[in-house]
Design a protein around this ligand. Structure first.
Ligand code: SIN
Length: 188
């Protein structure tokens, strides 16, 4: 897989024939909403767990010292809560660049809080991408996140803003919350 996934996403999942598309956000897309949307609703997807296992060369770290950001890892019966945004297809010109460091988008079923199901796009960085870091102990990941920085700012801010956004959504995530506790302690 190329390091930059923009062209791959546009080839694999062309969207021009659609009027609108649902996008499921579970990481920075929850709190950094730098794109227009038509509608937004809490939603969840099943079979995926949010993990700080993806390297960030372009936002919260550099190619020499990558930060750690979230991706989704397949886990039977796991439920990942987030926000679904209904957007126009042209919005992906911006989003594909934002998520270019290893994330591929594909359609998957997502469920709104009222039980209604739709197919929507989700960006996932799999272990096949060059920036994938994989698991480490929580202590190791917390130290890594506490002291990484990139063009979009401190890696710690990515984590703490995500933790706040999930609490606000009423969907705290134990993996994120535990890392946030440790990172706050390290930064004190
Ligand atoms: C997402 O937020 O849905 C994708 C990962 C990220 O941009 O943090």
């Amino acid at each position: 897989m190329p390091n930059d996934t923009v062209a791959l996403n546009q080839q694999n999942t062309p969207l021009d024939h659609l009027d609108d598309v649902w996008l499921f956000g579970y990481g920075s897309l929850l709190y950094k909403v730098d794109f227009p949307y038509l509608e937004c609703q809490p939603a969840s997807i099943r079979g995926w767990a949010r993990r700080f296992w993806q390297g960030s060369h372009d936002h919260r770290g550099t190619p020499e010292a990558p930060g750690r950001v979230v991706t989704l890892i397949e886990e039977p019966n796991a439920v990942c809560h987030g926000l679904a945004y209904r957007v126009t297809p042209d919005t992906f010109a911006h989003l594909d660049v934002r998520e270019k460091n290893g994330y591929l988008r594909f359609f998957t079923p997502m469920t709104f809080n009222d039980g209604q199901q739709v197919e929507g796009l989700v960006y996932v960085a799999s272990e096949a991408n060059a920036a994938f870091l994989g698991p480490a102990s929580l202590t190791e990941m917390a130290r890594h996140i506490a002291f990484s920085h990139g063009p979009s700012g401190a890696n710690a801010d990515y984590l703490l803003q995500l933790d706040d956004a999930l609490a606000e959504l009423g969907a705290p995530d134990a993996h994120v919350a535990e890392l946030a506790i440790q990172v706050r302690q390290l930064l004190e």
